[in-house]
Design a protein around this ligand. Structure first.
Ligand SMILES: Cc1cc2nc3c(=O)[nH]c(=O)nc-3n(C[C@H](O)[C@H](O)[C@H](O)COP(=O)(O)OP(=O)(O)OC[C@H]3O[C@@H](n4cnc5c(N)ncnc54)[C@H](O)[C@@H]3O)c2cc1C
Length: 376
């Protein structure tokens, strides 16, 4: 049976980014049950890097990750991982005070953003339908970016492999047991053993804990639906920023020559291969039509993914308090792509006992807020 220092369960962004960091100094195996990494939530995201409205810990992780996105390591692809697009939240006249307060709060946290009026919204996204109830003023973040998630994932795969790590696909973890201080991991590709097991199984995080006999975190997977539809022919959509409702009821943005949109839904779901529901697709199209001059004649494509939250909506990284060889890397919620580079570096330092506190202090993160111990 092949033995590793670390076996990571899950080949999404959480597992691959942490695998990349650990593979520099450890014997590492990533187990992914599907035949391609990123098949589940990671491959279904909106791929936005936006600092607006992020909770302060997530903001610190995102800001640190931005450095990585802009200047990735040499092992990574040489094409840019990010492209600036800006990001715009809009609200009605009743939201104006809250938007101004949010702008001040984000400015105080160092995020560049400004309050804009209806005319400015119309210049940036001409199809936004002006009305006092919903599209009256906005909060614009000029430096928001789209992330090339495919490129990022391929680069992590390339980096892990170049450093001698192994990624096993179609390798579902079926059983976990401890023998002589080693994890024995039964998978659909045979058994493996490891000193430390890392749980980066996204929506399945608590299921993996159950297999290991470790208490669950109370993870809460929530389905979000996306649709794509044709862009209006009389506009050049390429410069439009993603536009979302300040109160979180919809968003839309240019996406590969079409428009992509969502209801910003958060429907509780068991861990599964999430599929879009007809009602969510129809409601998303209707809500976007109500707030734009667009007529959505046909949905070109729709999909859904699970955003998985810990009870306090912050990620969970670190050893389980009852078993320090069971390591959590879950609960990335709706920010798992934009925070992955920094979160994985921090998690790797914790796992390797390598000055994680110093790194956390340097980027303004309190490790206790991310520790599994906060739920025990
Ligand atoms: C619609 C939508 C929009 C989003 N937009 C953004 C955005 O704009 N910006 C952003 O930063 N984030 C966004 N997110 C969130 C982001 O996609 C997630 O936070 C992130 O992808 C979570 O990554 P993960 O690796 O934890 O999960 P996953 O990608 O789901 O990976 C977990 C993996 O574990 C594997 N696994 C589970 N059980 C087993 C087992 N027993 N054996 C082997 N493998 C197993 C699964 O197959 C899966 O591949 C969005 C998410 C959605 C759904």
């Amino acid at each position: 049976m092949k033995n590793y220092d670390f076996v990571i369960v899950g080949g999404g962004i959480a597992g691959l980014s942490l695998g990349y960091e650990l593979s520099a100094s450890s014997r590492l195996l990533v187990l992914e049950q599907e035949d391609a990494p990123g098949y589940h939530t990671t491959g279904r995201s909106a791929a936005i890097y936006s600092e607006l409205m992020l909770e302060p810990t997530l903001l610190s992780l995102a800001v640190e990750s931005k450095r990585f996105f802009i200047d990735p390591p040499n092992l990574f692809a040489q094409t840019p991982l990010v492209k600036t697009c800006g990001c715009l939240f809009v609200g009605g006249s009743k939201d104006k005070q809250n938007i101004e307060a949010a702008c001040q709060r984000m400015n105080d946290l160092g995020v560049e953003c400004q309050v804009i009026d209806g005319d400015d919204i119309a210049k940036r996204v001409p199809v936004a339908r002006q009305h006092a109830d919903a599209v009256f003023c906005g909060l614009f973040e000029p430096n928001a970016m789209r992330i090339d998630v495919d490129q990022l994932m391929q680069s992590y795969v390339k980096g892990i492999t170049a450093r001698g790590g192994v990624i096993a696909k179609k390798a579902a973890v079926l059983a976990l047991e401890k023998s002589a201080n080693q994890w024995v991991i039964t998978t659909s590709k045979g058994p493996f053993s490891a000193s430390t097991l890392i749980n980066a199984a996204g929506a399945w995080g608590d299921r993996i804990a159950e297999l290991a006999g470790v208490a669950p975190m109370g993870l809460d997977p929530r389905r979000r639906t996306m649709i794509t539809f044709d862009a209006p022919q009389d506009y050049d959509i390429t410069s439009w920023p993603p536009l979302g409702d300040f109160n979180g009821s919809y968003y839309y943005m240019p996406d590969a020559g079409q428009l992509a949109g969502s209801l910003s839904d958060e429907t509780p779901s068991p861990p599964c291969d999430a599929q879009p529901e007809e009602i969510d697709i129809a409601t998303a199209a209707y809500t976007i039509e109500q707030n734009t001059h667009l007529e959505i004649k046909k949905i070109n494509h729709s999909w859904a993914g699970l955003r998985t939250f810990a009870p306090d909506r912050l990620p969970v990284i670190g050893p389980d308090p009852e078993d320090k060889h069971f390591f959590w890397c879950v609960g990335q919620g709706g920010s798992g792509i934009e925070t992955a580079p920094a979160l994985s570096k921090l998690a790797a330092r914790i796992a390797l006992n390598d000055e994680a506190e110093a790194m956390a202090a340097g980027i303004g993160v309190d490790l206790e807020l991310l520790s599994p111990a906060r739920f025990r």
